[in-house]
Ligand binder design. Structure first.
Ligand code: GLU
Length: 323
């Protein structure tokens, strides 16, 4: 990484201005409520591991987290049932398939990885709690620990997805058929639809990213969001599978663990340094925000953030020089 927080701010300002007029991509409409999003909304937030925040554009606009919650659910499942159970039920291979593909891995007969819908629904099934209300509260408090603020479920998006989520219902039934869900599928799906409909803003999403960059400790609140032992599990799965069928290209171009959501949110983690989030509803390939992909690619390139091009030990902030 090259540059101070001041340099980062300047570059982010420049990229926001540059890509504000970029109009590629289409707002998701298969969940009817999402189609109402304003395609012009565009925010970029950066939160570093000291908790310093820089935001530009529509960073207080709320949107639903959608699949960008999957790394958080992954961490929660690891804490609730342990890595052996998670790894036994869900694979670790990039699938190259779209997020909603109804398929299982040939070899393991389980979902290919925890980031695609089938894997995410399986993770949701592993969340512990006496009843559905308690399980939702486990999920909500986890996201709040990462985001650092109180959050809620957008009931309109939740009802809209519940009404039209036939494909996810098919995925859940498919999982039941292979003995991969332990709770009643309608209950698992209900929690899945609610967790995808948690609404937050771009800076809260960047705080999630910064918490993952800071070994699970939220740099703005000092609260531990997830056991540090699981960071390597969460981040490596994000790196290999977080961007669905554009993950390989993303790893090549951007080189950072990241997760997109069809609500238009995207976050990337620069371990030991900072989290970055972009919000812009029009989606491009892989169901990821088209502006977000452009911004992160250029940001990574110009700040030399690609994990494979960094020299070992590069990931410290400028204010924290190497001994
Ligand atoms: N709730 C969405 C679905 O299951 C999430 C997909 C995504 O954000 O990639 O279809």
């Amino acid at each position: 990484m090259t540059g101070s927080f001041e340099d980062i701010k300047e570059l982010v300002r420049e990229l926001h201005q540059k890509y504000a007029s970029f109009t590629e991509g289409t707002v998701a409409s298969y969940i009817p409520e999402l189609a109402k999003a304003n395609p012009n909304h565009f925010g970029i937030s950066v939160v570093d591991i000291d908790g310093e925040v820089f935001e530009i554009g529509d960073c207080s606009q709320k949107f639903t987290i959608q699949s960008a919650i999957n790394p958080i659910i992954h961490g929660l499942a690891l804490e609730h049932v342990g890595p052996d159970t998670v790894e036994h039920r869900i694979g670790l291979e990039p699938s190259g398939n779209p997020f909603n593909s109804i398929s299982l891995a040939e070899r393991t007969r389980g979902p290919e990885n925890p980031m695609i819908n089938a894997g995410a629904i399986c993770l949701t099934d592993m969340i512990r709690g006496e009843n559905p209300t308690q399980r939702l509260s486990e999920v909500l408090s986890a996201v709040e620990r990462y985001a650092g603020e109180e959050l809620g479920v957008d009931m309109l998006v939740y009802s809209s997805e519940k009404l039209t989520g036939h494909r996810n219902r098919a995925i859940a039934e498919f999982l039941v058929n292979f003995g991969l869900l332990h709770n009643p599928p309608e209950q698992v799906l209900d929690l899945y639809f609610q967790q995808c409909s948690i609404s937050l803003n771009c800076t809260q999403l960047a705080t999630v990213a910064a918490t993952l960059a800071n070994r699970g400790l939220n740099p703005r609140t000092g609260i531990l969001a997830v056991a540090p032992d699981y960071l390597r599990h969460i981040l490596s799965v994000m790196f290999s599978c977080g961007m669905y069928e554009i993950t390989g290209q993303w790893a090549y171009d951007v080189g950072l663990p990241a997760k997109s959501g069809i609500g238009g949110g995207l976050f990337a983690v620069v371990p030991g340094c900072m989290g970055v989030a972009v919000y812009s509803p029009p989606l491009g390939r892989g169901g990821a925000t088209a502006r977000g992909v452009k911004v992160l690619r250029e940001l990574s390139d110009r700040l030399n953030l690609h994990l494979m091009s960094a020299r070992h030990g590069d990931f410290h902030r400028n204010s924290d020089p190497e001994p």
